[in-house]
Ligand binder design. Structure first.
Ligand code: 3HC
Length: 269
């Protein structure tokens, strides 16, 4: 997701720095970006000069301190509040005073990240959708602590990178995931009840609702570990059993079948 966000920003003419803990992660992010852009050049959708301009806007580092001059920092680490809070504490120290600290969290409470910083008014959610280079939507999440200026700057940034921004309050799942995940979870229940095969459920939702992909293909795209953590957070937050993660999802995650990224999830790739 981080690679996709950096590419989208770079396309919008913004200089982006990708920070990861290891050189290996950075190499894989750059490989993803290079691969996607080269495919577009091959398809004639992008010229070489434009590709080079986008790539020139992207740099990488393993050193968090290299982000000290950034105007906006968007974290996109694992969906674990403690990990995110630790990162926000560090970012608060290294980021310049005017910088906005944003989270790409899918469901976690943004105010819980804001409150560990000394700039809670400058913290918000900027939530992209998979694949970030393709899907037009970005949710701009407003925790109770955020100032109007922060939300305006985040909105301006989203517009500058050519995405469609929507504003939403800091409630678990925001707009999209709060509506999408009960549907995905219920698809697993339907499969488990033997109502139809996985392939037929996917075909039905594509052909019957004009969705670009069916629920099982989408779960595999999002990642089953991410999907499990989203459902757990939604369930804990709303107490609604529609959000209680189906045991089959837990089982697949426990077996390391995380979706496309591990080449196996509901489907095998
Ligand atoms: N990563 C990057 N780019 C991808 C991609 C991927 N995994 N898959 C496809 N693309 C690109 C292709 O390169 C192509 O780009 P181009 O038009 O510039 O050539 C474009 O997407 C269309 O691809 P295809 O023609 O090969 O395939 P489709 O037309 O079937 O589209 C799709 C693929 C864009 C993934 C489409 O099926 C889709 O939109 N699916 C629904 C995705 C969705 O609902 N995402 C939201 C998930 S929820 C979420 O992300 C929230 C988070 O918090 C978990």
């Amino acid at each position: 997701m981080a690679a996709g966000i950096a590419e989208v920003a770079a396309r919008g003419g913004i200089r982006a720095i990708i920070r990861a803990r290891s050189e290996a992660s950075l190499a894989s992010a750059l490989k993803q970006i290079n691969g996607g852009l080269s495919r577009q050049v091959e398809k004639g959708k992008l010229d070489v000069a434009e590709r080079d301009r986008i790539l020139a806007n992207i740099s990488t580092t393993t050193d968090l301190r290299k982000l000290s001059d950034c105007d906006i920092i968007i974290e996109s680490v694992v969906e674990d509040l403690t990990t995110k809070q630790e990162l926000f504490r560090e970012l608060d120290v290294i980021a310049k005073p005017s910088a906005i600290l944003a989270t790409n969290t899918s469901t976690l409470s943004v105010v819980e990240m804001a409150k560990v910083t000394k700039r809670p008014d400058q913290v918000c959610g900027i939530h992209f959708f998979n694949p970030a280079t393709v899907l037009p939507l970005v949710e701009i999440v407003r925790p109770i602590t955020a100032s109007d200026d922060t939300i305006s700057l985040a909105t301006e940034f989203v517009r500058a990178i050519g995405k469609d921004g929507v504003q939403v309050l800091d409630r678990a799942g925001f707009i999209v995931n709060a509506l999408l995940f009960p549907y995905l979870n219920n698809a697993i229940r339907m499969l488990d009840a033997g109502t139809a095969s996985m392939e037929d459920i996917d075909t039905a939702m594509k052909g019957g609702c004009n969705f670009p992909m069916g629920p099982f293909a989408l779960l595999d795209l999002v990642g089953l570990d991410t999907s499990l953590s989203i459902l757990e957070t939604l369930h804990a937050s709303f107490g609604d059993d529609n959000f209680a993660p189906h045991p089959r999802l837990r089982e697949l995650v426990a077996h390391g079948r995380l979706g496309r990224k591990t080449k196996a999830g509901f489907y095998v790739y």
